[in-house]
Design a protein around this ligand. Sequence first.
Ligand code: ADP
Length: 568
Amino acid sequence: MKIKAKLTLGLWFLFIVILLMGLTGTHYIYKLGKDSKAILKDNYESIEFAKDMMQQFDDISSADVAKAQEATNLFSQRLNQEENNITEIGEKETVDQLRVDFENYKKDPSSSVLANSIRSKLYKISEMNMQALERKNRVAQKTADDAVLYISLLLAICIMACFSFIINFPGYIANPIRQLTESIKEIANRNYGQRLHFKSGDEFGELAIAFNGMAKQLDLYENSNLAQIMFEKKRIETIIDNMTDPTLVLDENNKILFANPSVCAIMGMREDDLLGKSAPDVAIHNDLLRTLLGEQHIGKELKIYADQKESYFIQDVFGVKNEERLLGKVIVLKNITKFHELDEAKTNFIATISHELKTPIASIKMSIKLLDDERVGTVNQEQKQLISNINSDTQRLLKITGELLDLAQTETGNIQLNFRKTEPKMIVDYAYNAVKFMAEQKQLELDVNCSDQLPLVNTDMEKTAWVLVNFLSNAIRYSPEKSKIEIRAEQTNHEVVFSVRDFGKGIEKKYLNRIFERYFKVPGLDKSQSGTGLGLAISKDFIEAQNGRIWAESELGEGSSFAFALPV
Ligand code: ADP
């Protein structure tokens, strides 16, 4: 039954009880009233009449004629009234006899027999009514007793019903609501196993069914979400585990979330000793982690002895963010050992080759000098021209071997500078000539803008030119065909700024501050343009060794501009 129906029924019950009590009360009050009225009218009046007649009867036989007459009239009047108020069995016969006696007595007032008979009749009437009065009084008493009994009975039922209502009803409404509130709190605390057990078929029962349905759906949803999250986590863990680069993932409180096998190997720790631990705590006993957390080595080369060999890494740190805050970071160590070894091999190779070439070239020069000497023998004009060509080529060869040696020097860390006061134009011209042929092949326009009036700079001409050539060969490499490259040298304050601007793809902002790092190459650029990522790093070394500054500016899609400034 529904709560509404139950409430309606309860109220109807109360209404009927009240109605019954009211009706019963009214009924009994009415009945009592009627009884007492009957007593008054039927019997009390008859007794009064009999009493009056008794009093008047004494005066009827009085000597005073007027008084006797008045008494006779009054007696007659009361007798008439009594005749009209016959209520009891036998009363009529008595009153009729009284009337007969009275009429006879009026004719013969001296008859004592009649007088006695009248008195006894009056007494009988009075007695008869008195008895009736008592009987009716008993009936009224019984009515009153019945009224008390029935009304008390109804009252008791009513009190019991109300009492049970008072005791049960608040709980009946409030208990389910309290249980519901508690269950909702449990759901809010993600305890989706919570259920309500209202057995009643009323609105609370329906509420429990709806609530349990909701909790079940939430439970399902939570479980499927959890499964999805676990699946994603597993996938990410697998990816990280399979990354060859050592990778460490920390949360926002620097707690270690993931550590792949490579990072465990170079840290010399087991995964179980890292996961879930606070990174700064682990770092107290682990030098490498301390270095990584310090972040002062980001972008610099790290030499780590691991797996019984020396390896070289570059540290990268990526912040993990959502819209509002930092959620953690990923530390990746890029293994550059292979490049390092290649580089070393290349440096050795360059050093050896350039050294080995120097001797035969020197001897070729010597031979040319001899050939050119008229004392050795005469040569014709054509042969002279050939000798001159060989001479200038040899000169170039010597220069190149010299440069190669320089490169090897910077890479071993000992740059030898050969300062001379140099005209900026000379440097520009030298570089221009060096790349002219390369540019022509791609049909690039080289736009040189360099005044003759620029102040001299104190510099190692060859190394500076090498830097400019490096800028230019990069610009040529990353420029589309038939585009333009601008070469500029101009004075600003106490510096001469050399710059090379191209109109190629440009470099993304986030990579711009890294391109002067060793081995750094912008990811995703044309794969076939396989440089080593060393050119700009060597350029930086060369320029900074001469107290100069070097920088790059670029806008993606609009080209790049590389520049260095040397003090005047
Ligand atoms: P590489 O030998 O690879 O050219 P560099 O040190 O000279 O080495 O250059 C480093 C990286 O900078 C290059 O790999 C390239 O991605 C980027 N870079 C250099 N110059 C340019 C340029 N003019 N335009 C676009 N990217 C450039």
